[in-house]
Design a protein around this ligand. Structure first.
Ligand code: SF4
Ligand code: SF4
Length: 367
């Protein structure tokens, strides 16, 4: 059974403010033991797509950076470029987006380095020989850093049910070729009865593969399975052709985690912020209202346990009415499944099977 440390968000004096809680979590979860003095410590996070407003606050990540400095490490912020066209598909746009969102030196006290370089091609390829992938391809900085701290925003996700530590690590570090491989075969289909012909899906498609006359029509031969059209559709008229493809994508993400973690035993730690739990991830250029009230912050050395704990906390909370959730879901109801009917446990089951961690955990709340 793994230990997951938890801090709630009550903050009524300086010694109990959020940065001090992050500091306590860092110490109690022994995240400082994942690196040694002068080690290069990659802080893997997500700077938020331009237009999105619920990405992780830079002040949260800055508090983690401060702890790495205090513990003798050399932190740098990092993420890999996106597959789809948007504000983060090359290192120049990506860094500009990060700065506009407050991820800059005066705020964070650490440089930002795009893990897979200018155009998403600075990658390493690691052999894993697993069910879906023979090799995995991810940003070279993830391999070359001595240690990794995975600092994640927990929220819903259109293809995986939720995005947490595993997704931040596996999909997030994937190079362009790696992300293509993970998304491959996740082809969409249009529900013609729901489609109102608005054209938003066509405008969001990075492959220009959707034509809308009175209804949307997708040319699947050129589709890369990125899911942008699903997220864009206001009528929920686009979804996966084959539900199994969403299980496969979760398992591929886990295989990427497996490859990235290879050779880094004891050198990776996790902190997850269960705040602003929006229906979609931080990649769309907007943020809907959250589906549950803000919950707290988790820290652990186990990526499976921390994701399971975050999912459990969300599902134990009451749902907020007036969001994508059609009904005011009660404590105990599965909010993550309600977002898109996706079996989000697939990633946790497979990660546990591959030995990346345990779904059984002990939640230890800070005083
Ligand atoms: S976004 Fe949805 S409703 Fe609009 S054209 Fe595309 S499928 Fe139809
Ligand atoms: S059709 Fe949809 S899933 Fe396929 S490339 Fe275009 S936006 Fe991505």
């Amino acid at each position: 059974m793994s230990e997951v440390y938890f801090a709630n968000l009550h903050a009524d004096r300086p010694s109990r403010n959020i940065p001090s809680k992050i500091q306590q979590l860092f110490e109690r979860a022994r995240l400082g033991e994942t690196f040694q003095k002068d080690d290069l410590v990659a802080i893997k996070t997500h700077f938020g797509e331009p237009g999105n407003t619920t990405f992780l606050r830079p002040q949260y990540v800055g508090a983690v950076v401060d702890m790495v400095h205090q513990s003798g490490g050399k932190p740098f912020l990092t993420d890999a470029n996106t597959l789809y066209v948007g504000g983060r598909s090359n290192a120049v746009d990506h860094l500009n987006a990060a700065v506009r969102h407050g991820y800059n030196y005066p705020v964070i006290n650490a440089p930002a380095i795009i893990a897979d370089g200018l155009l998403g091609k600075d990658e390493v390829e690691v052999e894993v020989d697993l069910k879906h992938c023979h090799t995995v391809k991810f940003g070279a900085a993830a391999q070359h850093a001595h240690s990794i701290l995975v600092v994640s925003h927990f929220k819903g996700h259109v293809m995986t049910g939720f995005g947490g530590a595993l997704k931040n690590l596996g999909m997030g570090f994937g190079s362009r070729a790696g992300k293509l491989e993970m998304h491959r075969f996740a082809h969409p289909e249009v529900d013609l009865e729901r489609c109102g012909g608005c054209g938003l899906c066509a405008r969001s498609c990075p492959q220009d593969t959707i034509v809308v006359k009175s209804k949307a029509c997708i040319e699947l031969a050129r589709c890369i399975g990125c899911g942008e059209c699903w997220v864009a559709c206001p009528n929920d008229a686009i979804g996966p052709q084959d539900p199994q493809s969403l299980i496969n994508i979760q398992e591929k993400i886990v295989e990427y985690c497996y490859g990235i973690l290879k050779g880094k035993q004891g050198r990776v730690g996790y902190m997850t912020f269960v705040v602003d739990v929006t229906p979609h991830c931080d990649c769309p250029a907007w943020s809907d209202r959250p589906v549950v009230p803000d919950i707290g912050i988790l820290a652990s050395l186990d990526p499976v346990a921390i994701d399971q704990a975050a999912a459990d906390l969300v599902n134990q909370a009451r749902g907020i009415d007036g969001t994508r959730l059609a009904h005011n879901l009660q404590p105990g109801e599965d909010k993550l499944f309600a977002l898109g009917n996706i079996d989000w446990t697939a990633q946790l089951r497979y990660a546990e099977k591959l030995g990346l961690g345990s779904r059984k955990y002990k939640l230890i709340e800070l005083e």
